[in-house]
Ligand binder design. Structure first.
Ligand code: NAD
Ligand code: DAU
Length: 335
């Protein structure tokens, strides 16, 4: 495995994964295919752009000709490309079905045709739905709640079917909530850090007691690398950080780290279908030898510092009316 296609490599986790792989494997060639939607950003790849083992193509994973052109020259595919924001999926699910389902199908077809050595689908713990106690195992049924998680679950099922029907060498990872550098400032942690830096309200949904398990993005990248190289074909691997926190805890932590007042916390109408808690059992990937290394208190402090040190990165994104402000006006004016 020398040439690896990384779809969605200009996004948050994908760009961190590119950096991780270039550091770890000196002989690998990394080919990024990314449509550069509102969430894709070439600034995320600026420091690797000139690397001799890196190449970038702009293109859509739902475009069969474009995908075939790229896939015929690679050994493995890691599919990060997706529409990823739950709130956007509630406002309109079309792009989610198009990319997370049809885009996955297009990649699978090309992977089958060109006899790819490994196809790794990056999925999410959200496909299992909410769990009030305990943790989901990989064998548990999928009960997605949002159009986003339903699209991701559909992608997972297609991937599994290509393994069963065509012997395609597939793997799936289902990770918990990532945080860290280069996350688009619409997700909880970067939105709240950047709003606090601007002394703007932090719109906390519902009672703030929903729980997520947070994983520092570099830990997830290492886990994906582990699964790519050591995972058993046809299997699914949960990836979690072991850091369950309520949203109100995260919110107060960010304000405390930035020395900002709690009066910035602004309760708003709850997200429709808001999952109460996510939790995944990670014993299967831990048996491969992976475990998370970044403790939450350390990771959140590093993340806050990164956004403090890169105002030009997030201010440019928040200033783009069509991508950011229009969505947020629609989302919160009715609150
Ligand atoms: P992101 O929204 O930051 O980036 C997605 C990337 O995919 C962008 O670069 C975008 O331009 C690209 N893209 C979107 N549609 C495309 C298309 N049709 N063709 C080609 N490229 C396209 O996402 P992220 O947070 O980095 O998530 C990456 C993957 O990890 C997704 O599959 C997501 O479902 C999964 N995941 C994310 C998290 C998380 O907490 N962020 C947790 C678990 C799983
Ligand atoms: O669990 C993995 C998933 O985590 C990924 O598959 C998704 O791509 C990723 O977006 C994330 O989904 P969440 O819905 O959990 O993340 P988000 O950052 O949107 O919200 C985290 C929690 O914070 C959730 O309970 C909703 C709440 N929230 C979010 C936003 C954006 C707020 O209270 N206010 C907000 O403004």
């Amino acid at each position: 495995m020398q040439k690896i296609l990384i779809t969605g490599g200009a996004g948050f986790i994908g760009s961190n994964f590119v950096r991780h792989m270039l550091n770890e494997y000196k002989s690998y060639r990394l080919i990024v295919l990314d449509a550069l939607t509102y969430a894709g950003n070439l600034e995320n790849l600026a420091d690797v752009w000139q690397h001799p083992n890196f190449i970038f193509y702009k293109g859509n994973i739902g475009d069969p000709d474009c995908v075939a052109n790229v896939v015929q020259n690679v050994d493995a595919i890691v599919n990060f490309a997706a529409e990823t924001h739950v709130d956007r999926s509630i406002h309109g699910a079309g792009n989610f079905v198009q990319t997370d389902v049809y885009g996955t199908f297009t990649l699978l077809e090309a992977a089958k045709k060109y006899k790819i050595e490994r196809y790794l689908q990056i999925s999410t713990d959200e496909v299992y739905g909410s769990i009030l106690e305990g943790a989901f195992q990989e064998t548990d049924p999928l009960r997605p709640s949002s159009p986003y998680s339903a699209s991701k679950a559909s992608g997972d099922m297609l991937v599994h079917s290509y393994y069963v029907t065509y012997d395609l060498p597939v793997l799936i990872t289902r990770s918990s909530n990532n945080y860290g550098p280069y996350q688009y400032p619409e997700k909880l942690i970067p939105l709240f850090i950047t709003n606090a830096l601007e002394n703007k309200p932090l719109p906390l949904y519902g009672d703030g007691q929903n729980v997520r398990d947070w994983i520092y993005v570099e830990d997830n990248c290492k886990a994906v690398d582990y699964v790519l190289h050591h995972g058993t074909i046809g299997e699914v691997y949960n990836i979690g950080g072991g850091n369950e926190r309520t949203n109100i805890y995260i919110t107060k932590k960010i304000l405390q780290l930035l020395d900002k007042p709690e009066s910035l916390i602004t309760p708003v109408k709850d997200r429709p279908g808001h999952d109460r808690r996510y939790a995944v059992d990670c014993s299967k990937i831990q048996a491969l030898g992976w475990k998370p290394q970044v403790d939450f208190e350390e990771g959140i402090a590093k993340t806050v510092h990164w956004y403090q040190d890169h105002p030009q990165w997030w201010m440019a994104l928040k200033a783009k009316k069509a991508d950011f402000q229009a969505f947020y006006r629609k989302n919160y004016e009715s609150s």
